[in-house]
Design a protein around this ligand. Structure first.
Ligand code: OAD
Length: 241
């Protein structure tokens, strides 16, 4: 048992070893694809078929993937520490599928800050009801207002869900963290660094687990330049000893 408060922040790198591509870097989506064509409200308005095709492919890839040792280690930590929050930028469901010793990360312990690739809502009125079974050959349409449905993820140029931001802020306001783990993210977005630094609150450790340097690295107290699935089980073993 770890008698402390822990914030874990994850990004695409933690799912890389489950076979899900990251966004940046040499194998990343944004190397060959343009975010402006696929991950903005304007792209969806221009070519919803193209955008849905990309999300359908990603859904299929995620469904076929399995949580790796890093996801399992985080579940183990969540089940064995006093106060825990996981903020993931990943829209996959590998954290919630990762079961360890009969435990899973609970919905109260995880914030999917960039949304959930398996959810669908109306692009106009936010309704979640579909007028047809999803993808029976046509794009899904809203029952309420007949606009196109869209994937429930945050696109470039869109605001984060304020209720989710509030959940993170509430956790930070409840006290400093003894440990902040930042795993597999380039920390491109300022709020990631901000949350990590504020959570550690001068006395807490910030451990970065990432084979490459990132914008978060200068703020970390320890750097583990290894793949997450190799490094994380050991980190958690030591912590829970
Ligand atoms: P990125 O693709 O920007 O970064 C992935 C990070 O994972 C890089 O720093 C890699 O060095 C690292 N990495 C790669 N393999 C790893 C491994 N096996 N173990 C640990 N780390 C590894 O992904 P994110 O930082 O998650 O936004 O990207 C942030 C956001 O940008 C995403 O959520 C998405 C994207 O555009 C939205 O969809 C809104």
């Amino acid at each position: 048992m770890f008698d402390g408060r822990v914030l874990v922040i994850t990004g695409a790198g933690i799912s890389a070893e489950s076979g899900i591509p990251t966004f940046r870097g040499k194998e990343g989506y944004w190397r060959n694809l343009n975010p402006a064509d696929l991950a903005t409200p304007e792209a969806f308005a221009r070519d919803p078929n193209l955008v849905w095709e990309w999300y359908r492919e990603r859904r299929a890839r995620i469904r076929a993937a399995q949580p790796n040792a890093a996801h399992l280690a985080i579940t183990r930590l969540a089940a064995n520490c006093r106060d825990f929050l996981l903020v993931t930028q990943n829209v996959d469901d590998l954290h919630t599928r990762a079961e360890c010793d009969g435990c899973r990360v609970s919905t109260a312990q995880i914030v999917h800050i960039h949304g959930d690739i398996f959810s669908t809502h109306c692009s106009n009125c936010d309704s979640k009801e579909l007028s047809q079974k999803e993808f029976d050959g046509q794009l899904p349409v809203c029952v309420q207002c007949h606009s196109l449905m869209r994937p429930g993820v945050v696109w470039f140029g869109e605001q984060l869900d304020l209720r989710k931001v509030e959940r993170v802020e509430k956790f930070l306001a409840a006290g400093g963290c003894d440990l902040v783990l930042v795993i597999g993210t380039t920390a491109t977005f300022g709020y990631i660094i901000d949350w990590a630094v504020r959570a550690a609150n001068e006395n807490g450790r910030i451990i970065e687990i990432n084979p490459a340097e990132t914008s978060l690295s200068p703020f970390a107290t320890e750097l583990l330049r290894q793949p997450a699935a190799a490094a994380l089980p050991n980190v958690i073993d030591v912590l829970l000893k």
